[in-house]
Design a protein around this ligand. Structure first.
Ligand SMILES: [Zn+2]
Ligand SMILES: [Zn+2]
Length: 352
């Protein structure tokens, strides 16, 4: 037998032996309780003991990229997280977003506040979960919730609905672990245009947007040590937003695709479904995606990323959503991450 063929044969047997060994090890881990326990304990220690990587800049994480129109278990409803070494802020907290917060290992205990753009259910549904998650992880004060007028009634309502739940948890774990005075959320109403939150390093400024008939609805601009991100909330392509967003590094904007929505409306109309009327109504209160790139460029915005996608796209329709748009526009998915380092104009983008 030629030498090279003998070598190949040896290699083949070595690969087979390795595969058998790996298979046997996997079988032990999956089927032997003591091995399961040992592997799980190691994993739990690694996860719980993980320390966050140091951050010298602003990190923006999409915790929810969906609108209510469509279903995709991979997408939570509207939520954007902004994290720095000193801060952690949430902008809207739609349904399922707490799962993304957990996956992103966000520092719930040091949350500075939740900033609501308006009070549609797809922006506020997870408030009680965010309140509970940050409370049990040791938040040192009540959760502060900022929003335009109306935020007081939203917070009062959730506080009332979850009063029994808070009582059970303090009774179970004790007042030392879950101090009852930190349980109810605190509402902070403001008028659009106001600086809503500020310290030496970071400023959150609100501005009015167009989401009729919701009045007022707001968006937010966050400035941190020379870097900036703007979060639209739900709105048409609004002049007020592009003024407030002037020269921002990153704009996360609500987006509606007529390429996708129009055939859905036609299909629903042909079938005589009442939802066709609802679909038609949403057209005039979300931003037509084809208008956004030029407006963003005119305002000197460095990067446009789309979220709160109407309708929620899948792998095929993501391409249709982006049809005709410049290549650098980003259609976000949950856990898309944008790092804006201080002292630089760079935006590092991590896909989920
Ligand atoms: Zn809305
Ligand atoms: Zn919405």
């Amino acid at each position: 037998m030629p030498r090279s063929s003998a070598r190949l044969k040896k290699l083949f047997y070595a690969v087979v032996a390795m595969a058998v060994l790996i298979g046997a090890a996997a079988a032990v881990v999956f089927n032997v309780p003591a091995a399961q326990d040992a592997v799980f304990k190691r994993a739990a220690t690694a996860v719980l003991g993980q320390t966050p990587e140091p951050l010298d800049g602003m990190r923006v994480i999409v915790c929810g990229s969906a609108s209510p129109l469509g279903r995709d278990p991979e997408r939570a409803e509207a939520c954007i997280a902004v994290v720095t070494a000193e801060h952690f802020l949430l902008f809207d907290v739609g349904a399922r977003s707490p799962l993304r917060m957990a996956q992103a290992r966000l520092p719930m205990a040091r949350i500075n506040g939740v900033f609501l753009t308006h009070f549609h259910s797809d922006h506020i549904a997870a408030l009680p979960d965010v309140n509970l998650a940050s409370w049990v992880q040791g938040r040192p004060a009540p959760l502060d919730v900022y929003g335009p007028p109306g935020v007081q009634s939203v917070v009062d309502g959730f506080n009332a609905a979850y009063g029994l739940d808070r009582g059970y948890r303090t009774a179970h774990h004790g007042a030392a672990r879950l101090p009852p005075e930190r349980g109810p959320m605190r509402a902070h109403p403001f008028d659009p245009g106001e600086v809503v939150w500020q310290d030496d390093l970071l400023t959150v400024t609100s501005f009015a947007v167009e989401h009729p008939p919701i009045e007022p609805a707001v968006g937010y601009r966050v400035d941190y040590r020379g870097r900036s991100v703007v979060i639209s909330g739900d709105t048409n392509a609004a002049d007020t937003l592009f003024v407030a967003a002037k020269d921002a590094d990153l704009l996360l904007h609500d987006a509606l695709s007529r390429t996708l929505l129009d055939p859905m409306i036609e299909a629903a109309t042909d079938l005589g479904l009442p939802v066709s009327g609802i679909m038609t109504d949403v057209i005039d209160y979300h931003a037509d995606v084809t208008l956004l790139p030029a407006r963003a460029a005119e305002a000197g915005i460095k990067r446009l990323a789309l979220y709160h996608l109407v309708p929620v796209p899948n792998a095929l329709t993501e391409r249709m959503f982006l049809r005709g748009l410049p290549n650098d526009v980003i259609l976000t998915r949950d856990l898309h991450t944008f790092d804006l380092p201080v002292g630089s104009s760079e935006i590092r983008i991590r896909e989920p």
